[in-house]
Design a protein around this ligand. Structure first.
Ligand code: GLV
Length: 387
């Protein structure tokens, strides 16, 4: 077993173990992938301020996100098809998150259903909702999330239509994979993955199949997002969903201060500054670059979280020092899951925690409350003057 010291190590094992179409699904941005790339390269532009001779004993990364205690300011993001990265992947990831003490968010596009995850975990998880044309179905999803005791509804706002990821089209992405000669040739080299998949019944979209009528190809993400997602979603509808849910609501996919103000008006408990990991509007600004203006607009009135681009504990530190109350990781946990199942997700969380804790110490800070912009060295013009 190789020595694993960073998230990139997990990614290398993941790439070897998991069928190409699912690796490509996670590792893609839309069109030219400019936003996907800049989500990470913009984090690299920010530097940390080294401070010395500060008592660094008794450190803690503990804090709260939407009033829930978290071991560090990180939640597992909703990631579609997670149960194709590893058999029963959502259950494995949720278990690792609950043992570590961070929230897990189940995607509407998951393989394991809401009920599957609830039966196999003890702590409440968060449920991510996509709004569909079929209102009855959306209402039933909300009811199912309530029955499963989910403690927050994460409504994704930046995917009413699906951004084009070239590789998914070329690979014929589906769950379960369609057995074409090309797919079969690749699957033949993924024995460990395949054997585990044969051992589970959960191989298609658990929240959808058997629950939604009129989908021409339930195994195809592209087909059913095109057919089912609600292109008319607007702030009025979001307010209605919030009312129907009645619990905590996180609005995900905010990248503009004007939209952040709308989210505030609707009464959301938190927003996630996000461009969907660079998977939707290619050419959009990176999340970390968008964060300061959004914080200036609403940061004192609503909890602001961030996702897209986080691959290290230092990235988490940078986002939190800038003013985010929490972050979401997607690919960083998926690499661990694909590489080593539940243990891999735990390893990813441990790596991120260690990187964050050590960096905090070397910046002369002991707690999350002590983190502020003065920990960061942000290049002049980082936010840019975009007209
Ligand atoms: C779904 O959320 C996706 O980005 O594919």
């Amino acid at each position: 077993m190789p020595v694993i010291t960073c998230i990139d190590d997990l990614k290398r094992i993941y790439e070897r173990r998991v069928p190409r179409m699912f690796y490509d699904y996670a590792e893609s941005g839309s069109w030219t992938e400019q936003t996907f790339r800049e989500n990470t390269s913009d984090f690299d532009q920010i530097r940390l301020r080294q401070r010395v001779a500060v008592d660094m004993s008794g450190r803690s990364t503990k804090t709260q996100m939407i009033g829930e205690d978290v071991a560090m300011p990180v939640a597992l993001a909703p990631v579609g098809l997670t149960g194709m990265q590893s058999a029963d992947g959502e259950i494995k990831a949720a278990r690792a998150a609950e043992k570590f003490g961070v929230p897990f968010t189940l995607s509407t596009m998951s393989i394991c259903s809401i009920e599957d995850v609830a039966e196999n975990t003890e702590r409440p998880f968060w449920f991510q909702l996509y709004t569909m044309k079929d209102e009855d179905y959306v209402n039933r999803l909300i009811e199912r999330a309530r029955a499963a005791k989910c403690s927050a509804l994460v409504i994704t706002l930046d995917l009413q239509i699906l951004g084009q990821r070239h590789k998914d089209l070329k690979n014929g992405l589906s769950a379960p994979p369609k057995l074409t000669p090309k797919t079969l040739a690749n699957l033949a080299t993924k024995w460990g993955w395949g054997l585990e998949m044969l051992g589970t019944k959960r191989r298609s979209f658990g929240n959808i199949v058997g629950h939604v009528k009129g989908i021409t190809d339930p195994s195809s993400l592209m087909a059913w997002t095109g057919e089912q997602f609600d292109p008319t979603l607007d702030w009025g509808k979001i307010a209605k969903i919030k009312e129907k849910w009645g619990g905590k609501v996180i609005l995900k996919g905010i990248l503009d201060a004007e939209d952040a103000k709308m989210a505030l008006k609707v009464g959301a408990d938190a927003i996630v500054v996000s461009n969907h990991g660079g998977r939707q509007l290619d050419g959009a600004i990176s999340s970390i670059r968008a964060l300061p203006a959004i914080l200036d607009a609403v940061g004192d009135q609503i909890e602001v979280h961030l996702d897209s681009g986080i691959r290290s504990g230092q990235d988490i530190l940078k986002a939190v020092a800038m003013g985010a109350k929490g972050t979401f990781i997607g690919r960083a946990f998926v690499y661990g899951l694909g590489a080593m199942g539940e243990r891999g997700v735990t390893t990813a969380l441990e790596i991120l925690h260690k990187e964050m804790d050590t960096s905090m110490a070397l910046c002369g800070r002991r707690t999350i409350d002590e983190l502020g912009r003065d920990v960061l060295l942000i290049p002049e013009g980082f936010e840019g003057r975009w007209q």
